[in-house]
Design a protein around this ligand. Structure first.
Ligand SMILES: Nc1ncnc2c1ncn2[C@@H]1O[C@H](COP(=O)(O)OP(=O)(O)O[C@H]2O[C@H](CO)[C@@H](O)[C@H](O)[C@H]2O)[C@@H](O)[C@H]1O
Ligand SMILES: O=P(O)(O)OC[C@H](O)CO
Length: 493
């Protein structure tokens, strides 16, 4: 049966393994915040499907199951897998997405490279995604495309299926036009985004950057803006915006623009972390820490995530405050999103070397200041570490939102604790009770960790309670309702 909503995201909701001759679905190994959010969303919609890629088998006898039905705790939905060759995956994901587009999205033009890029392969993979999505869509359906890897999908869909509504959501930051315009394919990408009915972002700054990009490359026929809600204004911080665009008219079409940060599964996290098994694990972790102040920093390996800057701040802390030796511990996870990417390999090596240097210089036979894990952790275990920690230290140089910050708060359930958060994470515009920090400033990084370590318990509790109320209210269900309401408006246009 055709679907009223087709989600197009390059990763599948689950990975497949063969066990005893049977295919079993398991949670993705990649530390990716988008997949769980979309699973929560799609489970709430009738007649929905999800289009992703899967590596095409090689060899004559190889079978490929293009469609599967998933029945999970979120609901029931179809997953359509697009068979891609190893060469297509490499170009589409590893090379064009990660070597050219990712550095631009995150405003690191010095790391941008087109040396190995074959744009025609990227374009063809996007066309195949569009074709697969159109084949799923019922008349008048919404096709909802996720993230920059699929920037060209809307343009193809508009040609193939003029009847459908097209929405796009960016999970990443969206850079200012003077950075975006470095891309030699800027015009093609923008033309495709302007074929959407709705273009969404986490926070107003990214929506403003998008509108500014349109103004830089097209003649605008209309731009409507509105004031940003006070709780998302974050005046005086890096991503603060007083107004945000709501629609832009170009070439006779009006495109709706939306800025609304994604929520986390706050209730699920609260109930999961309080299960007896998990509380026992929290107690075990605390015993292992033997009364030391525990700081966690959880995330993917990525130069944009600022792990290097955080480790350097920890090194300075140990040099500046020797009384903390033996009384503090930093737990870091830095997991690669996928194998085989040069840029991540380099970032991971840098992290490992830095951790070795800090442990070697400041540690002793009885005290290791940093524990590093580079393998994925089951979500329940991650929640136990959040709960056991005194401080969560997240200092990305750029980050679309950062769900770890919200997960840490949800896992603490009325307990004290401090969140140290980069002003350059989208979540900072909501979480103003975190200790907000500019990760590019050495002195601010030092002050922020000092403030977190020295913050009185009462103040910690008050700040956590205010942030908890916020993430409970703006959770994933709230985000889902917000998006479904926008889709209903698109359908009635
Ligand atoms: N070692 C580990 N093992 C297992 N799981 C781990 C892990 N380390 C982290 N995770 C999990 O991975 C997720 C990472 O969340 P992020 O928001 O940082 O997402 P990510 O950068 O992938 O996604 C993009 O999408 C999200 C959602 O839109 C945006 O917040 C973000 O800015 C954007 O880059 C969290 O749910 C976390 O629990
Ligand atoms: O490498 P990916 O595709 O898992 O995505 C990483 C980030 O989530 C992109 O927003």
């Amino acid at each position: 049966m055709a679907s009223s909503l087709v989600i197009v995201y390059h990763r599948q909701p689950y990975e497949e393994f063969v066990e005893n001759g049977q295919i079993v679905l398991k949670e993705n190994k990649s530390p990716n915040g988008i997949v769980p959010a979309l699973k929560g969303f799609i489970g709430q919609v009738d007649r929905a499907s999800w289009v992703a890629w899967k590596k095409a088998p090689t060899g004559k006898a190889a079978k490929f199951e293009r469609r599967i039905t998933v029945n999970d705790s979120y609901g029931s939905y179809e997953v359509v897998r697009l068979p891609l060759t190893a060469e297509q995956i490499s170009q589409f994901y590893h090379v064009v997405s990660k070597e050219a587009l990712w550095p631009i999205l995150n405003s690191f033009p010095s790391l941008y490279s087109t040396e190995n890029c074959q744009w025609s392969v990227f374009r063809e993979v996007n066309r195949l995604f569009a074709q697969a999505a159109c084949a799923e869509a019922a008349p008048g359906a919404v096709i909802w495309v996720h993230d920059y890897n699929l920037w060209l999908v809307p343009g193809f869909v508009r040609q193939m299926r003029p009847d459908v509504k097209i929405a796009f959501f960016h999970h990443t930051p969206f850079p200012a036009p003077d950075v975006f315009n470095i891309l030699p394919w800027r015009d093609e990408i923008l033309a495709s985004l302007l074929d959407c009915d709705l273009v969404g972002f986490h926070v107003p700054r990214y929506a403003r950057n998008f509108a500014a990009l349109v103004q830089s490359l097209r003649r605008i026929e209309g731009l409507i803006e509105r004031a940003v809600e006070p709780e998302l204004q974050a005046t005086g911080t890096a991503l603060s915006e007083p107004v945000t665009p709501v629609s832009i008219a170009v070439g006779g079409r009006t495109i709706r623009i939306d800025a609304f940060p994604i929520g986390t599964h706050a209730d699920l996290i609260r109930s999961t972390v309080q299960k007896p098994d998990n509380l026992a694990r929290v107690a075990h972790i605390r015993r292992e820490m033997s009364g030391q102040t525990t700081i966690v920093s959880i995330g993917r390996v990525d130069y944009a995530k600022g792990t290097r800057e955080m480790l350097l701040a920890f090194e300075r802390l140990l040099a500046r405050r020797p009384e903390l030796h033996g009384r503090i511990r930093l737990l870091v996870t830095a997991v690669a999103a996928a194998d085989g990417m040069r840029v991540y390999k380099r970032a991971q090596q840098n992290i490992e070397q830095l951790v070795g240097r800090i442990n070697g210089h400041h540690g002793s036979l009885t005290w290791t200041p940093i524990l590093l894990s580079t393998t994925p952790m089951p979500f329940e275990e991650t929640l136990s570490y959040y709960r056991a920690a005194d401080i969560c230290w997240i200092t990305p140089l750029r980050d679309g939102l950062n769900l770890v910050a919200k997960e840490f708060i949800a896992a603490h359930v009325n307990e004290s604790g401090v969140l140290v958060l980069s002003e350059f994470a989208g979540a900072a515009v909501e979480l103003q009770d975190a200790v907000l920090v500019n990760p590019y400033s050495i002195s601010q990084m030092d002050d922020a960790i000092d403030r977190a370590l020295d913050m009185p318990r009462d103040e910690q509790r008050e700040r956590m309670q205010r942030m908890d109320a916020l993430i409970q209210r703006y959770d994933i269900t709230h985000w889902t309702h917000h998006v479904l309401e926008l889709f209903a408006q698109l359908r009635s246009r």
